[in-house]
Design a protein around this ligand. Structure first.
Ligand code: NAG
Ligand code: NAG
Ligand code: NAG
Ligand code: NAG
Ligand code: NAG
Ligand code: NAG
Ligand code: NAG
Ligand code: NAG
Ligand code: NAG
Ligand code: NAG
Length: 416
């Protein structure tokens, strides 16, 4: 994060400072602080490239953002951040009685900016708006939310806010030390069912909440995923240099909801074979999985996994690196026929079925000897042996106690 050399933008209206993480904005009205914001903001946008394909990019609010067009007055204020070329992000707040709220967040992005959206087939400027769940913030308090909050503004654009501290109406030019903390930051305590419910007609729905807790519906059990056979060649005339086959199920947590999908053998396979690292990239309808393997001279392992999934509620993207999965000696293949559960990140797990993979040293396009996973080999023959050993012990135990018993009863009989 060293790229943010303390960037300070002095204008009559807004001062933006770039912190090690995120951005700090001070909006002044006649030399007095009137709006304060400190937040981390990431964007994720899916856009069209050639051949009706889509591409997803994620980026942080850039260091060059300026807050010049921010404004505040007594009952409304706007936090406006503009950044090159032609993009902006803004939040509108309103004050009513003893509290204020965010009415809308608007994100404008310019698909014509090829630095951010390389290969975009459109040159439009897109505007998306969403209503965040920032309501009922006490006057003269800062809204504080350290937790991540992902706002899905459209099926193609989402924003992730975290470490947010905002006071949209600063009184007397001094930021308040009192906080209104968001629900996500509060420790989860089982809420007792209300004993008396107010007349339903008086209950005003606060917002079109984007963070409404989804009801936990039991996910139907999926069928075993179809096993796909994949291979990568150096060029059209050579034999395969990377071989893989597996069925894949992906478990992921999006908007705090865990779900599983089966990956259908893909429409697109690409990748590369190297000396130190090899890659396999699979794209199915709405899922892209990249697997990167590493050769550390003696062994190979799966060391990086990137997964992107477009769902009805936005784009899920996670990458896990420094992994040590699917390890075997270079020159052999790794095999795991049983279902194997691999945790990639806190939000992403892969379940593989009938897995076999050889990312290095493939000869004549055929797999070399396999090193089988623990699940396949050890347990399968150790379990009957363990059961046998336990049974033999039991028999010996019964035999010994029988012999002792007999001896005792015989001596007992003799002494009487
Ligand atoms: C935002 O993006 C940066 C860099 O791309 C990343 O380090 C950070 O973890 C992201 N934060 C969130 C909340 O996604
Ligand atoms: C892209 O999609 C449109 C409509 O879905 C279709 O008419 C067109 O042929 C497609 N183009 C390509 C290159 O696939
Ligand atoms: C945008 O793209 C359209 C068609 O692709 C083209 O006619 C138009 O000139 C472009 N506009 C700009 C500003 O590049
Ligand atoms: C914080 O809130 C308390 C109780 O509402 C109030 O007494 C105190 O003056 C407030 N402090 C500031 C700095 O606003
Ligand atoms: C709230 O939801 C209703 C219906 O779901 C929709 O018509 C309305 O436009 C939404 N309002 C906002 C601000 O998103
Ligand atoms: C592949 O083989 C064909 C016919 O044997 C030859 O014409 C072509 O140049 C070769 N391509 C490469 C990349 O070696
Ligand atoms: C995974 O994503 C990271 C960060 O976006 C990128 O640096 C890396 O090259 C990707 N790896 C693969 C195998 O696509
Ligand atoms: C990956 O592992 C190496 C060595 O174990 C370590 O130096 C590096 O910081 C790790 N990277 C991440 C992103 O965890
Ligand atoms: C897979 O492993 C993760 C973490 O170890 C665990 O939370 C999850 O329940 C496991 N899933 C299955 C189906 O075993
Ligand atoms: C694995 O890496 C070592 C050292 O970089 C290299 O000598 C060897 O050829 C590699 N093995 C394969 C099969 O690519």
């Amino acid at each position: 994060m060293s790229r943010y050399a303390a960037f300070v933008f002095f204008v009559s209206f807004g001062v933006v400072s770039h912190l090690s993480h995120g951005i700090e904005v001070k909006v002044m009205n006649k030399d007095k602080l009137c709006l304060y914001a400190n937040l981390t903001l990431n964007f994720s946008v899916t856009y069209e490239v050639a051949d009706n394909k889509t591409k997803m990019v994620s980026f942080e609010l850039p260091a060059s953002a300026s807050s010049n067009d921010s404004k505040c007055d007594d009952t409304s204020s706007i936090l406006m951040l503009k950044f090159p070329d032609g993009h902006s992000w803004s939040a509108n707040f309103s004050l009513k009685d003893k509290s204020y709220q965010a009415d809308a967040i608007t994100f404008v992005y310019n698909l014509n900016d090829s630095k951010v959206f390389p290969g975009s087939s459109s040159n439009e400027t897109v505007t998306v708006t969403t209503k965040p769940d920032i309501t009922d913030v006490g006057v003269n308090t800062c809204y504080s939310c350290k937790s991540e909050d992902t706002l899905i503004a459209s099926p193609r654009a989402s924003m992730t806010l975290s470490d947010v501290l905002i006071q949209a109406f600063v009184i007397n030019g001094t930021k308040s030390e009192n906080l209104t903390t968001c629900a996500a930051d509060k420790p989860v305590t089982p809420t007792p069912t209300p004993t008396h419910v107010t007349n339903a007609t008086t209950v005003v729905p606060a917002t079109n909440a984007t963070t409404a807790a989804p009801p936990t519906t039991p996910t139907p059990t999926l069928p075993t995923p179809t096993v796909g056979n994949y291979s990568i060649k150096h060029d059209a005339n050579s034999s395969a240099c990377l071989l893989a086959n597996f069925g894949l199920r992906i478990g992921f947590t999006q908007n705090k909801k865990y779900q599983e999908v089966n990956f259908d053998p893909p429409t697109e396979v690409s990748g590369s074979c190297g000396v130190d690292s090899s890659e396999l990239i699979l794209t199915s309808n709405n899922i892209t999985v990249s697997l990167s393997f590493y050769n550390d001279t003696k062994k190979f392992r799966l060391h990086e996994v990137n997964v992107t999934i477009s769902t009805s509620s936005g784009v899920f993207a996670q990458s896990g690196s420094n992994l040590s999965l699917w390890e075997a000696a270079v020159g052999s293949s790794y095999m795991c026929n049983k279902e194997q559960n691999s945790t990639i990140t806190g939000l992403l797990s892969l379940y593989t079925f009938s897995l076999r993979v050889q990312p290095f040293g493939v000869k004549n396009g055929l797999y070399s000897t396999a090193e089988e996973c623990f699940l396949d080999s050890d347990l399968s023959f150790l379990v009957p042996i363990a059961v046998g050993v336990a049974l033999s012990f039991l028999i010996i135990l019964v035999l010994i106690s029988y012999l002792i018993g007999r001896r005792k009863s015989r001596t007992g009989y003799q002494s009487v």
